[in-house]
Design a protein around this ligand. Structure first.
Ligand code: NAP
Length: 312
């Protein structure tokens, strides 16, 4: 088979090339825009340029080199009939759980207050805090959200979980958009720490506007490690300003890299990280992709195929 790697980051393209070539020694693997002798059968990529699909017209599938697929689903020149296959966990869920647990613990145990106390050489012991005082709402219960929810529950947090379709999870209150279990308002009202982990789709874009964020418990915290487009920036800033929200941790943004003059960078109640909550690991990703290419070539079904109508 012929495989083309098309990635907006050159070092990531090289890592994928090496990992795929090691797992599929019979395959011919090239990094775009290097030409193969014949059109590629499969592409593995992130953010392909517009010309990519004009040249690669014989693809059997496009493997997203990440969990999110909104760029490729909404790509202007990708054929609608091209199957898109996403990474399923591939070592990202553990990183995501670590990222979210660190941020939840950071906000709920006032770590920044102690940093400030140390700066002032001030010894002050606060009252004990219990995780149960900090009900967490996880929006999106896929590979990332499930791992985050179960990790936080194991740490003693009360977890409310929300998905598109009902997803019962042990010991957690579960709600859903579709399928009868839905009460978005009840989910929001029960939540003091909101963790956003759903894909960016037509249903989730701008979902967290001022009206929605205002329904979170007073003094709530927001952690967004999904995509910037789910939360309306101005609404977040207004509610941090009014005090209804106490703080936010943001890993993802409407424009990335986050422009240097964006107010999020210097906001005293916002923690910014550069889209690193769960990095793609090329070796783990290549294990999955190589196995799936093997199955597709043998005419067998694979998991992780994106449903275009849903957008993920
Ligand atoms: P996934 O397995 O596809 O899970 C998506 C979850 O979101 C599912 O539970 C789905 O509901 C739910 N969902 C979809 N539409 C919804 C809606 N309208 N309302 C409520 N819930 C909805 O995806 P994943 O692997 O967990 O990744 C989730 C997202 O995290 C990715 O799309 C990506 O944008 C982001 N991500 C970010 C990083 C980072 O480094 N910051 C890394 C990895 C992923 P159902 O269960 O009913 O389908």
């Amino acid at each position: 088979v012929r495989i083309v790697i098309v990635h907006s980051t050159a070092s990531a393209a090289r890592a994928w090339h090496e990992a795929i070539a090691a797992r599929l020694p019979e395959a011919v693997v090239a990094i775009w825009p290097q030409e193969l002798d014949e059109p590629a059968d499969y592409a593995i990529g992130w953010n392909p340029p517009a010309e990519f699909f004009e040249r690669e017209t014989r693809l059997k599938a496009f493997f997203s080199a990440g969990a999110g697929v909104e760029q490729i689903v909404g790509h202007a020149s990708a054929p609608r009939s091209l199957p898109i296959i996403r990474l399923e966990d591939a070592g990202m869920a553990r990183q995501m759980a670590e990222y979210c647990a660190y941020e939840v613990i950071g906000w709920c145990t006032s770590r920044r207050l102690y940093d400030e106390q140390q700066r002032l050489a001030r010894w002050h012991e606060p009252r004990p805090r219990r995780p149960a005082e900090w009900p967490v709402g996880v929006f999106g219960l896929g590979f990332m959200g499930r791992q985050v929810a179960t990790t936080l529950r194991a740490l003693g947090y009360r977890v409310h979980a929300y998905a598109r379709s009902p997803k019962p999870l042990d010991g957690m209150a579960c709600y859903a958009d579709h399928g009868g279990a839905g009460d978005f308002t009840a989910f929001l009202r029960a939540t003091r720490v909101l963790i956003v982990l759903a894909p960016l789709t037509s249903e989730t874009r701008d979902r967290f506007d001022e009206t929605v964020l205002r329904q979170l418990q007073p003094g709530a915290y927001v952690i967004n490690a999904a995509r910037g487009g789910l939360i309306v920036d101005e609404a977040l800033l207004a509610l941090l300003e009014s005090g209804h929200l106490s703080g936010a941790t943001l890993d993802v943004f409407r424009t990335e890299p986050l422009p240097p003059d964006h107010p999020f960078w210097r906001h005293p109640k916002i923690r910014v990280t550069p889209h690193i909550a769960a990095l793609t690991l090329a070796p783990e990703g290549a294990d999955q992709v190589a196995e799936k290419i093997g199955r597709l070539e043998a005419g067998l079904p694979v998991t992780g195929v994106v449903e275009r109508e849903r957008g993920y």
